[in-house]
Design a protein around this ligand. Structure first.
Ligand code: SPV
Ligand code: MG
Length: 437
């Protein structure tokens, strides 16, 4: 009787196939019929750099490698779904996943293979510099304006809900770019995008948040951030200014590679929304603001730049009906997304708005800034139909008391010894930023 050929399973996430991958694929093919599980875009971006080549294209790439028996999708970092389906005799992987954020995934594979006698085969992972160089080159592409700009839409489509963290300088940009935590189930959790807040950009300069920091300076902040990061940027455009000025802002932002501008429906001297009705603030006429949106949309050159209309009705206590009326009018005028803001601790009015808006509009992305209603988790927002959660000011608010306490301690103690353990070490600070970033 003819011996049944063994089934081999390998998961691939890369969007550029180099000699190191080919070597391991060749070894895998020798073990039997090779099934390749191509990792979904969402899963790839959850544990390594954002894929430059989208899933469908990567799938095609593998389908055309000689000797590959079958190419399937692997939706999650976890192998279990596909192991159940294909019951491979062997799973092949590089030996680089024995520690770190891939470890729980490896352990799950070993455990499941043991239930039916499958085996894990690991080959040494190639650390050759030339392969590292290829990956660095691909990573560099992510900072190019067009690729960065389009990435917000891609990641939004991919995940349904994304998070943005505020950045107001190169350093805070680096923090948003690089901070990642390991998830229990394996993989990494990171922020998807950056928010260039008017409040934080102004505060960093010791100025009030009243559209005093001019656009040239705001653009400079964007440049500083862009120089050291790759993640997409959502820009806080305040009121957008005069319609005749806003069209130029849109063109400049688009050219720089910013993905989205959010403008709020206020006119006159703008104050920060978290003041609410404690200070005089005026909401724009609906038709006026619609005109601004239309002008902005007509001004952009490509199709991917997004203009988000921010509704201040709840902040200014103009009521839910006014907020909803404005939301539908702004979408009709061409807004690509809407942001609803509230300064109440209780999220009830945000939830009510989202529910009533979603009853009529299932697709326009909804943005929230949960500074006040900060008990709500991202999972709950997602379940209710929110798409973008912006953490608008936490980095600058964290930095301020930390710096103030250190300054006070030095004054009190007439020396710096006491603050040493509250400070990053000199070695860490001088090596924090690689010279060839
Ligand atoms: C900002 O971050 O500047 C914002 C959000 O506009 S808020 O401060 O809540 O108004
Ligand atoms: Mg602002």
């Amino acid at each position: 009787m003819e011996k049944k050929e063994k089934i081999v399973y390998m998961c691939m996430s890369t969007d550029v196939i180099h000699g190191g991958h080919i070597a391991i694929l060749n070894k895998a093919k020798k073990l039997g019929k090779l099934i390749i599980g191509v990792l979904s875009d969402e899963a790839v971006s959850s544990y390594k750099r954002f894929p430059l080549v989208p899933f469908e294209e990567r799938k095609l790439l593998y389908q055309n490698i000689e000797g590959v028996y079958k190419v399937v999708e692997q939706k999650d970092l976890s192998y279990i779904e596909n192991l159940k389906k294909y019951k491979p005799d062997y799973v092949v992987h590089g030996d680089n996943w024995k520690s770190g954020y891939q470890k729980p995934i490896r352990e799950e594979v070993i455990e499941y293979l043991a239930t039916y006698g499958g085996k894990l085969v690991e080959y040494p992972y190639s650390k050759e510099q030339k392969y590292q160089d290829i990956d660095d080159m691909m990573r560099g592409q992510l900072s190019l304006p067009n690729i960065r700009l389009q990435r917000l839409k891609r990641v939004l489509d991919m995940k349904g809900l994304i998070t943005a963290m505020e950045a107001h300088s190169g350093l805070t940009g680096l923090i948003v770019e690089k901070t990642a935590v390991e998830e229990e189930k394996g993989g990494l959790k990171q922020f998807d995008a950056m928010w260039v807040s008017s409040l934080c950009d102004s505060t960093e300069k010791g100025k009030p948040d009243i559209e005093l920091v001019d656009m040239t300076s705001r653009f400079r902040t964007i440049e500083d951030i862009m120089e050291v990061t790759t993640k997409p940027i959502i820009f806080d455009g305040d009121t957008g200014g005069l319609k005749e000025h806003f069209v130029y802002t849109v063109r400049s932002l688009e050219r720089m590679g910013v993905s989205m501008v959010i403008i709020e429906d206020k006119i006159g001297l703008k104050k920060n929304s978290l003041f609410g009705t404690e200070v005089k603030q005026t909401q724009d006429e609906i038709e006026n603001f619609c005109e601004k949106i239309r002008a902005g949309k007509a001004a952009q050159k490509g199709k991917d730049f997004m203009i988000c209309a921010r509704i201040e009705s709840l902040i200014l206590e103009a009521g839910m009906d006014d907020a909803l009326k404005r939301a539908f009018a702004y979408v009709k005028a061409g807004a690509d997304a809407i942001m609803i803001h509230s300064r109440k601790k209780d999220p009830a009015e945000i939830f009510e708005f989202v529910e009533k808006f979603r009853a009529k509009d299932k697709t326009t992305p909804i943005v929230v800034v949960p500074t006040s209603f900060n008990t709500v988790t991202e999972e709950e927002f997602k379940a209710r139909g929110v798409n973008i959660v912006i953490y608008a000011n936490q980095l600058i608010r964290a930095g301020f008391p930390a710096m103030q306490n250190v300054a006070k301690s030095i004054l009190k103690n007439h020396r710096a010894k006491e603050v040493d353990d509250q400070c990053i070490s000199i070695k860490e600070i001088i090596t924090l930023i690689p010279e060839d970033y």
